[in-house]
Design a protein around this ligand. Structure first.
Ligand code: PBG
Length: 329
């Protein structure tokens, strides 16, 4: 008999594999991003994201009921705004009766226990397609004047019933500015999940198709982070934490597992990962071509986020993954 160490003993049956499992994944870890557009009775499939739709508000509510029944605790809403409502000041962003605010109210009325998370950035409403206001002469994305718009937006969203405000704009000082603005309105229980480390990424392509929100000129590199950097992510995370963020998000997800791990090891705050549109599209495209098993690849990928240290995952796979996870306990 060879005298060797036998780690395979702990892998010999499904039962023991379940016992020695170090991390867990369930529907309760998932946040479903959903797109909403004006109209009724609409479910428009997004070409670059098969299986993902732009919903009119009535259909959005139906979808949210299904997600909640599957055990998903939170949805994150994104609006497809009509071109005619976009302007250089992104004024539709804080219209209390705008599409986005109506969507939040309807979902909260229908399913009060489902958390609604919002997106705080100007790109869906801006005729420039940038997350901040743009100096019309120089093209510069302006920081401090943008903060005011972000704060107005956050207040309107919170007053419509949003549980979690998600600033995704990467302007400096925004978390503190928004926290103060919410507190002044006595919206003290509204959670802020900051997109703390958000990289300038090619993996947002399908999302920009979904919303028609691509920048009209230039790119987002003066505010979103350079993918060569990880210490800078820590700096952003510390700032957001000190300014009052409740949860820190890393985005994109899959190519940035090291950033998730670094933040996990350096903060006590909960960590979220955003498994973004391009990551979803890659799996869908490969599966459609018969190159990999979609269900297995999806679950393995979501598990990687847990192993890296995420507490929760925003993913377009939320509904499919919840179904699979509910079936195989
Ligand atoms: C915009 C925003 C983006 C995403 C979430 N909020 C795109 C961008 O920054 O251009 C991307 C999400 C995805 O790709 O799934 N503030």
């Amino acid at each position: 008999m060879l005298n060797i160490s036998r780690p395979r003993r702990n892998r010999k049956t499904d039962a023991i594999r379940r016992l020695v499992r170090e991390t867990h994944l369930g529907p309760g870890d998932l946040i479903a991003p959903l797109f909403v557009k004006e109209g009724t009775n609409l479910r428009e499939e997004i070409k670059t994201m098969p299986g993902v739709y732009r919903f009119s508000v009535d259909e959005l509510v139906k979808e949210c009921r299904e997600l909640y029944a599957l055990g998903i605790p939170c949805v994150s809403l994104f609006p497809a705004i009509e071109e005619k409502l976009k302007d250089t000041r992104a004024s539709e962003a804080y219209n209390p009766n705008g599409l986005y605010q109506r969507a939040i109210k309807e979902v909260k009325n229908a399913i009060p226990d489902l958390m609604v998370m919002t997106d705080v950035a100007l790109d869906p409403y801006s005729s420039d397609g940038h997350d901040g206001l743009v100096d019309q002469k120089t093209g510069e994305v302006l920081n401090d004047v943008t903060l005011e718009v972000l704060a107005k937006m956050s207040i309107v969203q919170a007053k419509s019933g949003a549980d979690i405000i998600g600033p995704s704009d990467m302007m400096d000082g925004r978390i503190g500015y928004i926290r103060d603005a919410l507190d002044e309105e006595n919206l003290i229980n509204v959670t802020i999940m900051s997109y703390a480390a958000k990289y300038a990424s090619a993996f947002y392509g399908p999302f920009r198709d979904a919303l028609g929100s691509a920048p009209k000129k230039g790119d987002k590199k003066t505010y979103q982070m350079d993918y060569a950097n990880v210490r800078e992510a820590l700096r952003e995370a510390y700032l957001d934490e000190s300014e009052g963020a409740d949860i820190l998000m890393i985005k994109p997800g899959l190519p940035y597992l090291d950033v998730i791990k670094t933040l996990r090891d350096n903060t006590t705050l909960p960590i979220a990962a955003y498994n973004v549109s391009g990551e979803y599209a890659m799996v869908k495209a490969a599966a459609a071509m018969g190159m990999l098993d979609e269900e297995k690849a999806m679950i393995e990928m979501l598990w990687a986020f847990k192993r890296a240290g995420s507490d929760m995952i925003l993913t377009y796979f939320a509904k499919d993954a919840a179904r699979v996870l509910n079936n195989h306990k």
